[in-house]
Design a binder for this molecule. Structure first.
Ligand SMILES: Nc1ncc2cc(-c3cccc4ccccc34)c(N3CC[C@@H](N)C3)nc2n1
Ligand SMILES: [Ca+2]
Length: 461
């Protein structure tokens, strides 16, 4: 087992990883930029090293500075968290090559293979994982798109090879739009991802976004830890994640989970990861989707995710400790049928944004009051304390409130109770938005889809 782990991140996820380290009696090393010298994750660590100025490219994203800090600290492993360098195969490869320092994550090869969307689709298709009907090779010519339209009908999604997250997708609703949309998809791919390759998929109008948590060790053991329903998004930013999904029956849950296991096994994937699926809604369904519902592979996230906490709350597994133990060569010591799902959990991302002003990120401020909620079933992952100045150089998420209940109704009630207790003064947050969300009938009925926030919900209430 490692003696000392450097956490190449900041904020709540850095504290989260260091908590796992402490429970494994592993020393903790933090890195920080000039903007973070008084930050909570620095306070929490056994030792901390400055890696550069506030600008992420010159600090948290600086490969050499991070590895140099690991050398100085004599750390024998690096955990990247999420964001920053977590899915950077080049950095992972440098850590793999760095003598005496272990990368806590999937191999750089697995990251490379699954990071290329068309390659990932081919691997999944080979492993009998349903993919959205489409091409597994890039398309360049409008005639190819029209031929696809002839065969599969419209709308068609034109996706950038290097895309993912919210960007890199154009929807073509008729043959007349093909030329323009293909051109702009390629241009956007070139601009955003330095890669103008695009591929096609049938566009699903009303998908639910279901993702399956995977843990895989270096001895061939692959387990899924159930799903999370991330259908509540706003401009491709997740705001609330929950599990289990009220849209799935146990049979469909099992089918999707097994598909995820097959897919990552085929990609020689190890450590923690998430397989994202789109599940096609049956308009006007009343009750969960049955075993014949269509689900399709979307992409693999080759990192620990923000919302891993939802899975931890309903399965009881500490996923971050599993990551560390797997990277240290340990075997997974449970079988798939040992994995049980108990109750319901919802994660609320606490962003320092002003929901009343189109979720504009706060530009600064001090936590005059910071009074987190507590009590049964309430977990708060953060790196904050009263009096902290808000650091606005990075993303706006400052905490995660994760609530567990015996069922979804109790979880919603308890969440409302916790959100009313959560008292933050001095900076704007989206807590009022979350309170509103919990009383929204579509959300309570769980019939919302990925479009709900952007197109349907009346947020003026
Ligand atoms: N063939 C097909 N049909 C419908 C889709 C709908 C989305 C989508 C669109 C809008 C919000 C979403 C939220 C979560 C997951 C997916 C979406 C989508 N995304 C959005 C970005 C990228 N992660 C994939 N791909 C789709 N692909
Ligand atoms: Ca190494």
């Amino acid at each position: 087992m490692f003696r000392k782990v450097l956490v190449a991140n900041r904020g709540e996820i850095a504290v989260r990883v260091m908590r796992a380290c402490k429970e494994l009696n592993i020393g903790t090393v933090a890195i920080y930029s000039d903007a973070d010298k008084n930050a909570g994750h620095v306070r929490y660590a056994d030792e901390a090293y400055n890696v550069g100025p506030a600008r992420a490219a010159d600090s948290y994203l600086d490969h050499e500075a991070v590895i140099e800090a690991a050398r100085k600290a004599d750390a024998d492993a690096i955990h990247p968290g999420y964001g920053f360098l977590a899915e950077n195969a080049e950095f992972a490869s440098k850590v793999e090559d760095a003598e005496g320092i272990t990368w806590i994550g999937p191999s750089s090869n697995a990251m490379e293979a699954l990071g290329e969307k068309t390659k990932a689709r081919s691997i999944m298709s080979e492993a009998d994982v349903p993919i959205v009907p489409g091409t597994t090779d890039p398309v360049t010519d409008p005639e190819e798109v029209k031929a696809f339209g002839e065969e599969y009908g419209y709308p068609i999604a034109i996706k950038a090879e290097g895309g993912g997250g919210g960007r890199g997708m154009k929807v073509v609703r008729s043959e007349e739009e093909v030329e323009d949309q293909l051109e702009s998809a390629k241009r956007e791919g070139e601009a955003y991802f330095d890669n103008d390759s695009v591929y096609l998929e049938r566009y699903l109008e009303q998908p639910r976004h279901i993702e399956v948590q995977i843990v895989a060790d270096e001895h061939g053991n692959v387990r899924h830890l159930g799903e999370r329903d991330c259908s509540l998004q706003r401009r491709h930013q997740k705001v609330i994640e929950e599990g289990p999904s009220a849209a799935l029956t146990d049979e469909l849950r099992e089918k999707i989970g097994e598909a995820a296991r097959r897919g990552v096994a085929a990609a020689d994937y190890t450590n923690a990861g998430t397989v994202e699926f789109l599940v096609e809604e049956e308009p006007g369904r009343d009750g969960p989707l049955g075993p014949d519902a269509n689900f399709y592979f979307l992409e693999v996230n080759t990192r620990i995710q923000v919302e891993h906490t939802v899975t931890e709350e309903i399965t009881g597994y500490d996923i971050v400790k599993r990551q560390i133990r797997i990277a240290a060569g340990e075997e997974i010591d449970f079988d798939q049928d040992d994995v049980e799902f108990d109750g319901h959990a919802i994660e609320f991302r606490i962003n320092a944004e002003n929901a009343a002003n189109d979720f504009a990120p706060a530009t600064g401020g001090t936590l005059e009051t910071y009074d987190p909620p507590g009590g049964i079933g309430v977990r708060l992952d953060d790196a904050l304390r009263q009096g902290d100045d808000l650091v606005t150089d990075y993303d706006s998420m400052i905490a995660k409130l994760v609530v567990w209940g015996e069922d979804r109704d109790e979880c919603i009630e308890r969440s409302l109770r916790a959100l009313r207790e959560y008292d933050i003064e001095g900076i704007p947050t989206i807590i009022p938005f979350h309170r509103l969300m919990l009383t929204d009938e579509e959300f309570v009925a769980s019939t919302h889809t990925t479009k709900y926030l952007d197109e349907e919900m009346d947020q003026s209430r």
